[in-house]
Design a protein around this ligand. Sequence first.
Ligand SMILES: CSC[C@H]1O[C@H](OP(=O)(O)O)[C@H](O)[C@@H]1O
Length: 359
Amino acid sequence: MSGMPNAATSVPNAIPATLEWRDDTLYLLDQTRLPLEIVVERQACVEQVWKSIRELKVRGAPAIGVAGAYGLCVAMQDSRTESVESFRARLAERAAYLASARPTAVNLQWALERLHARLARQEDAADAAALYDALVDEATRIHAEDQALCEGIGRHGVALIRPGCGVLTHCNAGALATTGIGTATAPMYLAHRCGTRFRVYADETRPLLQGARLTAFELQRAGIDVTLLTDNMAAATMQRGLVDLVIVGTDRVAANGDFANKIGTLGVAILAKHFGIPLYVACPSSTLDLATRAGEGIVIEERASDEVTSFGARRTAPEGVAVRNPAFDITPHALVAGFITERGLVGPPFEHNLASLFS
Ligand SMILES: CSC[C@H]1O[C@H](OP(=O)(O)O)[C@H](O)[C@@H]1O
């Protein structure tokens, strides 16, 4: 898979990894500059990491989780010479700060809580420097696990992609949303790796165009047949019989199988149901939030209106017009054929079968 991010490749024009932790420093591929520019940014402080997550320089639930984990390490570097008690107190405050960057993707909170839990187990730490080392070790483990989780999702979903089929996806749940081969794209990359020929239809995904800027970019560079659609073309494309399967990612799955994903996913799911097309949701088990009973319990991030009133740098709406800009919507589990996770392909009844993944 030449040219895709996070692939172990020596191809010179390959896209750099979504993020990198090197010499106690976090580097992020600035996804707001893609597809025209490939810019990697050194994160000098935790405030910069917070801003990078908030501004979607790094985005996608798994990638946000890994970036948040390393961001907490960045936050604690200056506290290595403090007392153990002071280090632990500061950790809680810095974790809460990072969690405030974006509320919907469960992976950010999950990763920060996992680092917190690691330190809770370090009861006999000699000093704060040892606690810092434990944080970096745990963040590194989360990073490595994420790459393996993507491969597992790919293995459990690859059989869904039959030769000659058309797959529609929304937003970017690709390699650029993770530190591996993606979630929704994982079955696509594995099918491509096996020589299966299929077509992908990528919704551009207004207002921030993750589908056009990121999904079309990474799939094209990997040599996968991808066609870019405007969001209002999904219905006609399905009506023409070009779509056999929908695979999307998710930012949070409630216990009953309702899920949050990029705004517009609900519309795609309703269309898929109408045209008798199965919709699958690809996610690592860390995205399952069994503590939230149903979709109405998921907090939806509201974003700035200028993301809607401008197209790139060009204003496209009258000054003062009222705007709504929810970044996600909630799709009810009744519209879902199954969840593709690293632990298996999960069908209904979701309340029972999702919980069974952890038993
Ligand atoms: C594999 S999670 C990808 C998920 O995250 C995206 O949202 P954003 O670009 O705002 O982080 C979108 O909902 C994707 O499905």
